[in-house]
Ligand binder design. Structure first.
Ligand code: ADP
Ligand code: GN1
Ligand code: MG
Length: 366
C-alpha cells in the first residue's frame, strides 16, 4: 500500500520528504488516507482519497463539481477579507493540471491539504459542537445561495428521491440476493409503515411546493472540520454529493446523527431516541443561519426532513443488507441491519415528537 500512496503523492506533486500514512476509517464509501510529509522543517499533512467508482460512476464529474464549489466558496470568503486557508478544501493538481489521477480504470485518486489543526467528530458529544455543525451547514447554504445550479453535474441520480429509494427497496426484497429476507420481515414491514410520511417531502418538491437549492446532501457531523483547540467550526467537507436538493434534506440528514442519543449503529434500541437538547442546538445553529432564505413552506417542513432522511437512510442500510452489503462499508457482520434497526427506532421517535421538533424550528426562525 505504501508504494501506491507514495506514487499518488508524486502524481499530485507533493514536495518534501514522505514520512508515513494512516487510514481514516470513518467514511462508508471512499477510502481515505492521511499522509505526513516533512518540508521546510515542518510536518505537512495531506488527505488522499480513492473515490469509490462503483458509487460515483463518473468521478471526473464529481471533481468538476467539487473544484467549482470550492473555488466559488473560496472567492466568497476572500471577499470578506478573511483568509480562506482553513475555510474551504484545497485540492492539489497533477502535472497535467487535473484535480484527479487515474492509476487504473477503477483506481481514481484525489488529494487535498489536511486542514491545519483540524479535527472532526463522528458523533458530536456536546451541544456546542452540534450547534456549530448546524451553523456550518447553514452558512454553507448561504455561500451557495446564488451558485448557478445548472453548472452542477448530477453525480448520483435520484440520490434523495425517497420514492425511488422505496422502489429500490422493493426490488431488493423481491430479489433477496443473499437469502436474508426471511430474517428481517418485521424490519421490512416497519419501513413500509413509514412510506407515506417519508415520501411526503419529495412529493411536495415534485408538485413545485418546495424549491430545489444547491444542497450538500450528506450533512453528518463528521463532514464538518473543527479547530482542535477552540472547537470553532472551520469548514464543511465531503462535497461529493453537492447537487440540487431540498434544504430540509440537509437539515434532516444532519439531525439523524447529531441529535440521536445513540450511535448510527447503536445495538441497544432502548438507547435510541431524539436528543432534544442536541436537536435544539442544531436547529439554533442551522435555522439561525438560513432563516431569511427560507420560504414559508420550507420552514414548515424542516422537521419533516429529519423524518424523511432518517427513514431513507435506514431503508438504504436495509436495502444494502438484503443486497449482501455491497454499497456501505461495514466493520462487523450484520452492521447494516443494526444501522437499519437503529434508524427505524429513531424515525418512529421523531414522528411521535414531530410537532415539538417543528416548534423548535419555528422558535429559531423568528
Ligand atoms: P468520506 O466520503 O469517506 O466520508 P470524507 O471526505 O468525509 O470521506 O473524509 C473522512 C474524514 O477524513 C473526515 O471526517 C475528516 O475527519 C478527515 N478529513 C477529510 N478531509 C480532510 C481535510 N482536508 N483536512 C482534515 N481532515 C480531513
Ligand atoms: C455515506 O461517505 P459517507 O460516509 O460520508 C453515504 C450517505 C449516507 C451516509 C450514512 C455517497 O456517506 O448518503 O447518508 O453514508 N454517501 C453516499 O452514514 O451514498
Ligand atoms: Mg464524510
Amino acid at each position: 500500500m505504501e508504494k501506491m500512496i507514495k506514487q499518488v503523492c508524486e502524481l499530485f506533486q507533493i514536495s518534501g520528504e514522505y514520512r508515513s500514512y494512516e487510514v481514516i476509517t470513518s467514511g462508508h464509501i471512499n477510502t481515505t488516507y492521511k499522509v505526513y510529509f516533512f518540508r521546510n522543517g515542518e510536518l505537512k499533512d495531506y488527505i488522499l482519497q480513492r473515490v469509490n467508482t462503483k458509487v460515483f460512476k463518473n468521478p471526473v464529474a464529481v471533481m468538476e463539481n467539487v473544484s467549482s464549489i470550492t473555488e466559488y466558496i473560496r472567492s466568497k470568503i476572500k471577499q470578506t477579507g478573511v483568509s480562506a486557508k482553513r475555510g474551504v478544501l484545497h485540492y492539489q493538481k497533477t502535472a497535467e493540471g487535473n484535480y484527479y489521477a487515474y492509476l487504473s480504470e477503477t483506481e481514481f485518486w484525489r488529494c487535498c491539504r489536511f486542514i491545519d489543526g483540524s479535527m472532526s467528530f463522528l458523533t458530536p458529544d456536546t451541544c456546542e459542537i452540534v450547534e456549530a455543525s448546524g451553523r456550518a451547514f447553514g452558512e454553507f447554504q448561504q455561500y451557495l445561495k446564488d451558485y448557478p445550479v445548472e453548472n452542477l453535474h448530477i453525480v448520483i441520480p435520484h440520490f434523495h428521491n425517497t420514492v425511488n429509494r422505496y422502489q429500490l427497496f422493493r426490488e431488493a426484497i423481491e430479489k433477496d440476493a443473499v437469502g436474508r429476507k426471511g430474517s428481517v420481515e418485521q424490519d421490512i414491514q416497519g419501513y413500509f409503515e413509514l412510506e407515506e410520511i417519508a415520501t411526503r417531502l419529495y412529493r411536495m418538491q415534485k408538485q413545485g411546493i418546495l424549491p430545489l437549492r444547491v444542497t450538500h446532501n450528506d450533512t453528518k457531523c463528521s463532514n464538518v472540520l473543527f479547530d482542535e483547540e477552540t472547537k470553532d467550526y472551520l469548514c464543511v467537507i465531503d462535497l461529493d454529493t453537492v447537487m440540487p436538493g431540498l434544504i430540509a434534506f440537509d437539515f434532516g440528514d444532519a439531525v439523524r446523527i447529531a441529535a440521536s442519543t445513540g450511535e448510527e449503529d447503536e445495538k441497544d434500541l432502548l438507547k435510541v431516541a431524539v436528543d432534544m437538547e442536541k436537536y435544539e442546538a442544531f436547529a439554533r445553529g442551522f435555522v439561525g443561519a438560513v432563516k431569511e432564505l427560507l420560504t414559508d413552506e420550507e420552514r414548515k417542513t424542516l422537521a419533516l426532513g429529519a423524518v424523511a432522511m432518517t427513514v431513507e437512510c435506514g431503508m438504504r442500510f436495509l436495502t444494502d443488507y438484503l443486497d449482501g452489503d455491497e454499497y456501505f462499508r461495514t466493520h462487523y457482520k450484520d452492521q447494516n441491519l443494526v444501522r437499519a434497526r437503529c434508524h427505524l427506532k429513531l424515525a418512529k421517535n421523531m414522528i411521535e415528537r414531530l410537532d415539538e421538533l417543528q416548534a423548535i424550528v419555528e422558535k429559531y426562525a423568528q
